[in-house]
Design a protein around this ligand. Structure first.
Ligand SMILES: Cc1cc2nc3c(=O)[nH]c(=O)nc-3n(C[C@H](O)[C@H](O)[C@H](O)COP(=O)(O)O)c2cc1C
Ligand code: SF4
Length: 362
């Protein structure tokens, strides 16, 4: 009998070949000055596609230089990036056994440094970040509309480059995440206060993308359902926001959590017992109960039968992983053809390497 993990599912009108997602993974392989795609990235994405992953999501691509979060990060901030990005989308489609590729588009907000982003970092409010030691500058209303335009234009470039869709990055304390968090958004105008106001920027971005890319262009989000911070985003508010985004035309949601300031991000170290795999899945399962669109579960999932149980029991619709694909891009294919039981990834986090991600346990 076919496992539920190898049944297809739709994101909008797009059909995925299976239930596996490569969660967005910054690879530190782009050109450091301007974020152009480099050949090593084409190679990496070819391997991911050969591994039969249903949906591959790129590392976060910055929509404007003020939103650069990290060295050697992909950029989608101007039209000159389109040819390189098109080669990356083509690398997936050509080597593909049916994999699709989405671009994750992002702005770092306050989780960067003037050295990286070339200016005082931007945020909804001037709330000091003790981790990056940054006091960001509060965006004016006019600048918020500019940010919306950056995201909309970035999505247009992704579409032009041949990506199958776009994922908005609204997790981990970056700019959109910092808007929806009451800890980092202290605004008293239409863009702060209630969860409806705090998530307005995301609905405006969705509306803009719908206008320029069409009503059916695949558009999903990765969103925090907790910041792991006192005074941060709660599950109840995240659920309300998720409903409003579904109504605005979003087609799937990946649930994550954490921000730098909390000392607990989304990449938890250490191996866990099978029953603790999927550390964000309980949050995702709560949100799934109130949505119609597919929900993507995440966080330390390593074991095939765990992934199967999470989907078969209806807790989530898709299984997302990041580090296991750094360890072995062919993991899904090996699950299918060799009945591999578990990813050998140890969640040791030694793959974070500013000269390019790679598994240190091999
Ligand atoms: C090297 C590395 C880079 C990452 N880059 C991103 C990113 O660009 N965008 C994002 O949303 N999450 C990023 N993440 C987080 C992962 O997408 C994922 O949410 C997290 O690692 C938990 O999944 P896992 O336990 O399967 O690794 C990154 C994780 C790693 C290990
Ligand atoms: S270094 Fe290898 S084993 Fe360790 S977390 Fe990264 S991919 Fe997994």
């Amino acid at each position: 009998m076919t496992s539920c993990l190898f049944t297809s599912i739709n994101i909008g009108r797009l059909r995925l070949i299976n239930r596996f997602v490569r969660s967005a993974t910054h690879d530190y392989l782009a050109d450091d000055q301007q974020g152009f795609i480099r050949p090593a990235q084409l190679e990496l994405y070819r391997h991911l596609a050969e591994g039969e992953i249903g949906l591959i999501i790129t590392g976060h691509a910055y929509v404007h230089p003020s939103g650069k979060a990290s060295p050697r990060q992909i950029a989608v901030d101007d039209d000159r990036k389109i040819p390189g990005l098109a080669r990356l989308a083509e690398a997936v489609h050509q080597s593909s056994r049916g994999s699709l590729v989405f671009m994750q588009i992002s702005h770092a907000g306050r989780q960067t440094s003037p050295a990286l982003c070339g200016q005082q970092p931007l945020a909804p409010s001037a709330v000091y970040d003790p981790v990056s030691r940054v006091l960001p500058r509060e965006l004016t209303v006019e600048e918020i509309y500019q940010v919306i335009e950056w995201f909309v234009k970035a999505a247009g470039r992704a579409r032009q480059a041949g990506f199958d869709g776009v994922q908005l990055h609204a997790g981990h304390g970056y700019l959109l995440s910092s808007f929806i968090s009451p800890h980092t958004n202290r605004r008293l105008d239409d863009w702060g206060g209630s969860s409806e106001n705090r998530s307005r920027i995301i609905r405006e971005i969705i509306a803009g993308i719908r206008q320029t890319c069409g009503p059916e262009f695949p558009l999903i989000i990765k969103m925090n359902a907790t910041d792991h911070l006192p005074g941060g985003l709660t599950l109840e508010e995240a659920a309300n926001i998720a409903i409003s985004l579904e109504q605005a035309g979003l087609q799937a949601i990946e649930i994550s959590g954490g921000m730098n300031e909390a000392g607990l991000g989304s990449v938890w170290p250490g191996l866990r017992a099978e029953e603790e795999e999927g550390y964000f899945v309980p949050l995702a399962a709560s949100i799934k109960k109130i949505l119609k669109i597919p929900v993507i579960g995440l966080g330390g999932i390593r074991t095939y039968r765990v992934a199967e149980k999470l989907v078969a029991s209806g807790q989530v619709d898709l299984i997302s992983m990041s580090r296991p694909f750094i360890n072995h891009p062919g993991l899904v294919k090996d699950f299918r053809t060799r009945h591999l039981e578990k990813s050998p990834c140890l969640s040791c986090n030694k793959c974070f390497n500013p000269r390019g991600i790679s598994c240190r346990q091999k």
